[in-house]
Design a binder for this molecule. Structure first.
Ligand SMILES: [Zn+2]
Length: 586
């Protein structure tokens, strides 16, 4: 028997190869398992383009062989990934959604599920299905809870932070998909669906708007929400007006002053129709508009608005609104500035802390804990059972609960120097907790407000209610956007409100600088004097009162070194005098 020639071997091999390939090709064309295994091999090899068609074929073959949706859920999600990698976003999103909505999808561990939902969200954005995308990310935002605010203290767990990080990461996709100058037109079917989408857009837009690096996504989402609410609810509806409070300042920051003006005018006229032309609620919108006109050097118009507002306050609160007992107010220290420029001293603790639950304030923690306590801070010349901090807080919350329908509670009130120090030591490295001595919570006058058991956000209706009404109850917003009161870059805290007494809060709204509460408090005697004599500056003029805080800073901190901070008439007198002296000195 002679050796067979190499040709014979290669011929046989070729023959076998052809048979094998034919059988194999036949198998992957007809046998679902073979098709799927070919798909998996290609995916593992990174050949996503070729894999895609095999994945689709495997899905079709499985279905032909009566596989259940649940059986092929994993295959669908994997095929979706290859479709998306190949920029077939619509098909990819569809497969992924189908895969997720099976028992298999439900049973995924949470991290995996979030990760897949995030890819689905991205695919929706890329496919131009913004309605579906915002629904996913708005639910992420809700699940992120407190982790969605930068000053998340503790309590936010890892999963919550993961949700928040996914929303953060989606901002550029939204910015790319939405035209921020031409509002996206929501195309969802029913009015309910349109409103639901608008709500999602408002909360996401509010979230991005509070960040320093996501204004295009914010403007795109908020303008779409605004147009949708206007169309469905009408321009006068409070939920429509609410958007202007978030979008207006954003436009201003982006230099779109004309757009901001249009919004503020719409909001002002809406509130004028709804609340009446004489409502002090209008003061918020007047102030925003006047501030904008000043920025545009339109001083005459700004001046007219300021005068209109003073007229409103005169009618609503009377000529006597400035006639306050300054010495007592200063002595009670309910209007002392607190910031890194005006630190409190270590030993300070208020003497009149009470449990807020006893004053019908809804609390989020056990009423007996320190954090659920606040100063009583009664009015000097009124019945202390009726006119004090906790009573007014309860009234404000009750008003806003009725207006918003949201669940509002006190999250945090008094915090001692030591409590703040412990919090700071624990979280200091992350830079999200106020150092001890700089927190208004140490005064027992500051409240953090919860909505639905998480920090209040600007997109909550309660936020609008507080912005409009808190001053009537003696509260002002301590950390407005772009403040420098706390260490750390961005310390806008829509949930943190500070009691300064009704008269001071009214004065701040009527005659104080917009969104500069600590400077206002530092120069309070100057503003009081100005109000009492009616010598208001004209729009566009330098605000002399605002030049004082520098002088007071030196005086106040020197004094703080020497004297215990507290109910001390001497310190009160010095704070008063320094304000007056500075005013005279200029
Ligand atoms: Zn706070």
């Amino acid at each position: 028997m002679g050796l067979r020639s190499p040709t014979y071997f290669s011929g046989a091999f070729l023959c076998l190869a052809i048979i094998f390939t034919t059988v194999f090709n036949f198998a992957i064309r007809t046998n679902p398992d073979a098709a799927q295994s070919r798909f998996e091999t290609l995916v593992d090899a990174g050949a996503l383009r070729r894999a895609t068609s095999h994945g689709e074929r495997a899905i079709a073959l499985h279905l032909k062989h009566n596989a259940s949706e649940n059986d092929i859920a994993a295959l669908k999600v994997k095929t979706a990934t290859t479709q998306i990698a190949w920029k077939n976003y619509t098909r990819g999103a569809e497969l992924m959604r189908q895969g997720l909505s099976t028992p298999w999808g439900e049973a995924l561990d949470q991290t995996t599920r979030i990760e897949i939902e995030n890819r689905l969200g991205q695919a929706y954005i890329n496919a131009g299905r913004i309605e579906q995308a915002v629904s996913i990310y708005a639910s992420f935002l809700e699940l992120a809870g407190d982790a969605a605010v930068q000053s998340d203290v503790d309590g936010a767990d890892e999963i919550a932070r993961y949700y928040a990080s996914m929303v953060v990461a989606a901002d550029s996709a939204f910015a790319g998909a939405l035209n921020h100058t031409k509002p996206y037109n929501i195309t969802a079917g029913s009015l309910e669906q349109t409103l639901a989408t608008a709500n999602h857009m408002a909360s996401l837009g509010g979230f991005y708007g509070a960040r320093s690096d996501a204004e295009y996504a914010a403007a795109g989402l908020l303008s779409a929400a605004y147009e949708a609410r206007k169309k469905v609810l009408g321009g006068d509806h409070q939920n429509t007006v609410q958007i202007t409070l978030i979008l207006g300042p954003l436009y201003t920051k982006m230099g779109r002053l004309d757009d901001a003006e249009t919004l503020y005018l719409d909001a002002f006229h809406a509130q004028e129709r709804v609340k009446g032309a004489n409502s002090p609620d209008l003061s918020l919108y007047i102030k925003l508009l006047a501030g904008l006109y000043e920025k545009q050097n339109r001083f005459t118009e700004a001046q007219a608005l300021y005068e209109h507002m003073r007229g409103l306050f005169r009618d609503a609160f009377g000529e006597q609104r400035y006639a306050i007992n300054r010495v007592q107010d200063r002595r009670a220290y309910i209007n002392r500035p607190v910031s890194q420029q005006f630190p409190l001293e270590m030993g300070y603790a208020p003497g009149d802390l009470v449990s807020t639950a006893e004053y019908s304030v809804p609390t989020s923690k056990a009423p007996s804990t320190d954090e659920m306590k606040l100063r009583l801070a009664p009015d000097a010349d009124a019945d202390p059972r009726e006119a004090n901090l906790p009573v007014r807080l309860a009234q404000l919350i009750s008003l806003c609960r009725n207006e918003s329908g949201e669940r509002i509670s006190l999250r945090s009130g008094y915090r001692s120097y030591n409590t703040q120090r412990i919090l700071f030591d624990r979280n200091g490295a992350r830079g999200t907790v106020t150092p001890p001595g700089v927190s208004e919570h140490q005064t027992g006058l500051a409240v953090d407000i919860n909505v639905s058991n998480r920090f209040m956000r600007q997109s909550d209706r309660t936020s609008q209610c507080f912005e409009e009404n808190a001053f009537r109850f003696g509260f002002i917003l301590s950390y407005p956007p772009d403040n420098n009161y706390l260490p750390g870059a961005d310390s806008y805290e829509p949930w943190h409100w500070r009691y300064v007494g009704v008269q001071t809060a009214q004065l701040y709204r009527e005659a104080g600088p917009y969104n500069r509460p600590q400077e206002f408090l530092a120069a309070l005697p100057c503003y009081q004097e100005r109000a009492a004599t009616g010598s208001f500056p004209t729009a566009g003029e330098t605000d002399i009162c605002l030049e004082e805080p520098k002088i007071i800073t030196a005086t106040a901190s020197e004094e703080a070194d020497k004297q215990p901070f507290g109910e001390n008439p001497e310190t009160a007198r010095i704070l008063n005098d320094s304000g007056n002296t500075a005013r005279v000195r200029r």
